[in-house]
Ligand binder design. Structure first.
Ligand code: ATP
Length: 375
């Protein structure tokens, strides 16, 4: 099911008649069957956006469509969404089986829909209870918890508990699955495992899934697309690699990538780019003279072995070796720092003066407002 937000704004009433806009005129389309990450720093409006799609928060302005259907005024339980929260919200006194079956047995709207689906089964089943049993078992199998159905949540690992929460959301056969920071309570190892599980489950079911995270690694590794927000405003949407390679502005360039992109001050004078005070290269197109921020990802900077005209001077200030690669910190002629990656067996030493090079097409140029003006 496609999800479309059209000019969606959410304003919360604050104390003393103040108003806070959490999401502003958001226009996004989430294609059917995709796993899409809502990404951005704390407070940028990710959860608010997810809760508006879920129908937990109403929208202040704008419209939300599921397919062609305007669901803006539809209550949450009639939207056919499954939601997984950060804290799992499992019932501690119930078994895994009962936790998964809970939404099937206890929500009036769901029961009505289930009875209808049961009546339309082909081939038909004789017994409604057996139908519920089958649905719970299918969901448990999908999240690989068949062997744990009799356990209570406290007898499971954090990752397993989160999978129960996912099974409980999926058992309802939702047309949209919404995950709010589903991995943030897990330790690093389980987080990687569970995020891969989420990807597998999403691909297997094909359910359109929106995944909120502030962790860019998480989003970049499993999402088909990312939507990046800042202060409630859309910055960019696209496949992770495309957004990484072609950030729309300085905020996105800095937000994506670890280590963070190198950003150094420079300027444009007479259509030439200056890095600090040093002329770097002639611009491929005409731009007005101005101070700029220059962004280059660490993996795109390398020592110049061919005496290129476009190389620039730097001094190695430190080298941190980690496994097969090292992170080399350098200082430019005017003192600005930069970082690059080398193989650990590279011959660079602290104190070396080096000439560095980056292909002009891997260099982003931002104006003083952080807007991209080149690349
Ligand atoms: P985090 O990563 O910290 O969870 P987020 O990106 O999910 O952040 P939201 O929770 O959507 O951000 O919040 C966006 C903005 O709206 C914040 O400034 C927050 O303080 C505000 N906000 C969220 N919920 C409410 C509320 N119920 N009442 C008032 N303001 C709220």
């Amino acid at each position: 099911m496609q999800v479309r937000l059209e000019q969606v704004t959410k304003t919360f009433a604050g104390s003393k008649n103040t108003q806070a806009t959490a999401v502003k005129e958001l226009d996004v389309t989430i294609a059917s069957g995709k796993l899409v990450g809502l990404l951005g720093p704390s407070g940028c409006g990710k959860s608010t956006t997810l809760f508006m799609i879920a129908g937990i928060h109403d929208v202040s302005e704008g419209h939300i469509y599921f397919g062609d259907h305007d669901v803006t005024a539809l209550p949450s339980d009639k939207r056919g969404v499954g939601i997984v929260f950060q804290n799992y919200a499992l019932y501690p006194h119930l078994t895994v089986w009962d936790n998964i079956a809970f939404p099937l047995l206890n929500a009036k709207e769901m029961k009505k829909r289930l009875k209808q689906r049961f009546a339309e089964l082909s081939p038909p089943m004789a017994n409604f209870k057996a139908y519920i049993q089958r649905l719970v078992e299918e969901a448990a199998k999908l999240v690989e918890l068949t062997a744990y159905l009799d356990r209570k949540p406290a007898e499971l690992s954090g990752g397993q508990q989160q999978r129960v929460a996912i099974a409980r959301a999926i058992v309802k056969n939702p047309s949209i699955l919404l995950l709010d920071e589903p991995l943030s309570n897990l330790d690093a190892r389980l987080r990687v495992q569970t995020r891969d599980e989420i990807k597998r489950i999403q691909k297997q079911t094909g359910i359109t899934t929106v995944f909120v995270t502030h962790d860019q690694d998480e989003a970049l590794s499993i999402c088909d697309e990312v939507i990046i927000l800042k202060d409630g405003v859309l910055q960019q949407q696209g496949p992770p690699q495309e957004v990484y390679d072609h950030p729309a502005n300085q905020f996105v360039a800095e937000f994506l990538g670890s280590p963070q992109i190198n950003l150094v001050g420079g300027s444009i004078k007479a259509n030439k780019l200056y890095l600090g005070n040093e002329e770097w290269f002639a611009l491929p197109e005409s731009l007005s003279d101005q101070p700029v921020n220059i962004g280059v990802r660490y993996e795109n900077i390398r020592p110049d072995r061919e005496n290129r005209k476009q190389a620039f001077e730097a001094t190695v200030t430190s080298i941190a070796r980690t496994g097969g690669t090292s992170t080399v910190q350098v200082r430019l002629a005017d003192g600005q720092p930069m970082r690059l990656h080398r193989d650990s067996d590279d011959v660079l030493q602290e104190g070396d003066r080096v000439r560095l090079y980056a292909r002009p097409r891997t260099v982003y140029i931002f104006n003083a407002e952080g807007e991209k003006i080149l690349q």
